[in-house]
Design a protein around this ligand. Structure first.
Ligand SMILES: [Zn+2]
Length: 157
């Protein structure tokens, strides 16, 4: 601010105005993710890709093995049950959360997979979640081919 100019905000609290912008966009999910999401929506099967080189199965599926760089062409059904390998509990309500706290996020190693899937746990209290516990997917009826086809994971029956 130059000499002679007056700061018109002297003594006044800066106003913070809460707003939001909408940025609609589209992107091609790609061949591998497209098949994964369409299978989830239409058949409620959680599909992974298996590497012919090292034998690892990836969920979410990977087109190219990140371990040995072989192209993964084999699709295998995994889950819908799996094991919690890690979890965290969100207790502060934030707008980005679409659920009421506490919200439990977990890495779930699906039966038949070598990599864990990040998702939400429900029908269990945070105090009862344990690493190693068996959980299973609970599916949504949805027209959208995306991760919301799985509503959450719950303790396995
Ligand atoms: Zn491999």
């Amino acid at each position: 601010m130059g000499p002679g100019m007056k700061n018109t905000f002297d003594g006044i609290e800066p106003l913070v105005h809460k707003s939001q912008i909408s940025v609609p966009y589209h992107w091609w999910a790609g061949e591998t993710a497209s098949r994964f999401f369409v299978e989830l929506r239409d058949t409620k099967k959680i599909m992974g890709t298996r590497c012919d080189g090292c034998g690892k199965t990836f969920v979410p599926p990977r087109k190219t093995c990140p371990v040995c760089f072989t192209e993964n062409t084999k699709w295998v059904e995994c889950g819908p049950a799996g094991t919690v390998t890690s979890f965290t509990v969100v207790r502060k309500q934030q707008e980005a959360l679409h659920h009421k706290v506490p919200v439990i996020f977990a890495l779930v190693l699906l039966d038949g997979a070598d990599t864990a899937l990040l998702h939400r746990l429900d029908e269990v209290s945070p105090e009862d979640v344990k690493i190693g516990m068996k959980v299973e997917a609970s599916f949504n009826e949805t027209k959208d081919a995306n991760m919301t086809a799985i509503a959450y994971f719950k303790p396995a029956s």
